[in-house]
Design a protein. Structure first.
Lengths: 389, 90
């Protein structure tokens, strides 16, 4: 801790130093580290008490001398002619005080699903970025905006601590479907209307065999087993059952649609971001009508420390909204590519046995009806809840 | 409310209500004396303080002292003994 008042170490020489100390005690003058070294008594006192001590010492015939001075007061006094140091300290203090008014660091706590970069970009969209004046930040409003824009966030708190903004959040806890433990009795049910092609029973009673047709929700393997003595035992049924089933899909594409066609011309404008201000580095702003914007923010760092200024580059690419009229063949090709993409994304776990397609043409567009024949696991475990009487 | 004034008032009240003095000894390194009237002797190896009803003599090595409020002193160092001698009735 900085000692502002200043402490002095005094030495007391005389015949009645004890009496003198007792008197100081009575006068409520605090002494510390009182030590007798070879008949000379040393003690630490506050510097502003020295005059009073010196006055009292004459009365008791004790000689008081200053042995050592310490504290900020004396240090400053020693350097009072060093104007450069004083000016430097003053300037540094002013700078520190003024810089404390801005946010320099943003920290995100408690995020798992949402990335830190994404949340920082959300804050930026609400006007909270490195260099923003803390007084201009309405934390409640920012919290509300971010929470409204992100359904996965259940609670959010933005705190501004000095020049640091802390974003605390908790994400919505949608529990995953709990895995059924091996101790829990359960049935194996079918997920689809399917034709069984392969069965491999591990536990339980198999109700269907290879070649049987099953409906969605049918109990394929039962967890209730008769032990042979007319007692029913509940077990954790398990089996690998492969089946063939069909999934139906529909995709629609109109003959005529309005689409954006890039003209190719790119215009760039730059802004200097400093202390929450955005200073334009251009003379006349670009007309942003019918232009797609691509932003890029360039940060600067010195010795690993991020500097408070950034350069924001905005690239505008012009486009024309044109009505595209497609032929039936082109529309069909587009629908097929949509179907292909869907199958690639959604049926990774299954083997595609075949796709049958049918087109339904109207005056406005074409609908693709597809039946995808798939092969794969059709099982799901369903726990058995036993009522105990 | 001034906390320091309140603390001083509390100390005064405590001193006036106390019939005697209190001595706390923690290990052999510190002796804390409350309600100390006067320091009679202060040396490197011996400190003699006048209490309400007796005189306490603390002997040890490299003794240092500190007064932390109106009538209390704490003595630090390697303490060997604390002797209490009753004051002569005058």
């Amino acid at each position: 801790m900085i000692n502002f008042k200043g402490i002095i170490r005094i030495k007391m020489i005389g015949a009645y130093t004890e009496r003198f100390i007792s008197e100081l005690l009575r006068q409520k003058i605090k002494l510390s580290n009182i030590a007798n070294r070879g008949g000379v008594v040393y003690a630490d006192v506050w510097a502003f008490r020295y005059k009073r001590i010196a006055r009292l010492s004459r009365k008791y015939g004790v000689m008081v001398r200053i042995e050592r001075k310490q504290g900020l007061l004396f240090t400053l006094n020693r350097h009072k002619r060093r104007y450069g140091v004083i000016f430097g300290l003053f300037a540094a203090s002013c700078m520190l005080l003024s810089l404390r008014q801005y946010i320099w660091r943003i920290e995100v706590h408690g995020n798992e699903k949402f990335s830190t970069d994404y949340l920082i970009s959300q804050l930026e969209a609400c006007g909270v970025t490195a260099g923003t004046l803390t007084a201009n930040v309405d934390t409640t409003e920012v919290e509300r905006k971010i929470k409204l824009g992100n359904e996965g966030i259940s609670w959010l708190n933005l705190e501004i601590n000095g020049s640091r903004a802390d974003l605390y959040l908790s994400e919505s806890n949608i529990p995953k479907k709990a895995e059924i433990s091996l101790k829990t009795p359960c049935n194996v049910v079918s997920l689809y209307d399917a034709l069984i092609t392969e069965t491999d029973l591990y536990a339980g009673t198999l109700n269907y065999k290879k070649g049987d047709q099953v409906g969605k929700g049918s109990v394929l393997v039962s967890g209730t087993v008769n032990d042979g003595s007319d007692n029913i035992v509940y077990t954790h049924a398990n089996a690998k059952i492969i089946g063939e089933f069909t999934d139906e899909l529909d995709f629609y594409q109109p003959f005529s649609s309005v689409e954006k066609a890039l003209t190719g011309g790119v215009e760039t404008q730059k802004q200097l971001m400093l202390f929450g201000l955005r200073l334009p580095l251009y003379i006349s702003p670009i007309d942003t009508d019918n232009k797609l914007c691509d932003e890029e923010i360039e940060s600067f760092s010195f010795m690993g420390i991020e500097m408070p200024w950034k350069i924001k580059t905005e690239r505008f690419t012009g486009y024309n909204e044109t009505t595209v009229n497609r032929k039936a063949e082109d529309v069909k090709r587009l629908l097929e590519s949509k179907l292909e993409l869907y199958c690639f994304d959604m049926y990774k776990e299954y083997e595609i046995l075949g796709i049958s397609k049918g087109y339904d043409c109207t005056d406005e567009g074409i609908t693709l009806h597809a039946q995808v024949k798939l092969k794969g696991s059709i099982t799901e475990l369903q726990p058995i809840y036993v009522r105990q009487n | 409310m001034n906390v320091y004034k309140a603390a001083q008032g509390f100390e005064k009240a405590k001193t006036s209500l106390m019939r005697g003095s209190m001595i706390y000894i923690s290990d052999s390194s510190e002796v804390l004396i409350e309600n100390c009237l006067e320091i009679e002797e202060f040396g490197e190896n011996c400190v003699k303080v006048v209490l309400k009803k007796c005189v306490a003599t603390i002997t040890g090595l490299d003794l240092t002292m500190k007064n932390y409020n109106n009538s209390s002193v704490s003595i630090h160092g390697k303490i060997h003994s604390v002797d209490l001698i009753e004051k002569e009735q005058s």
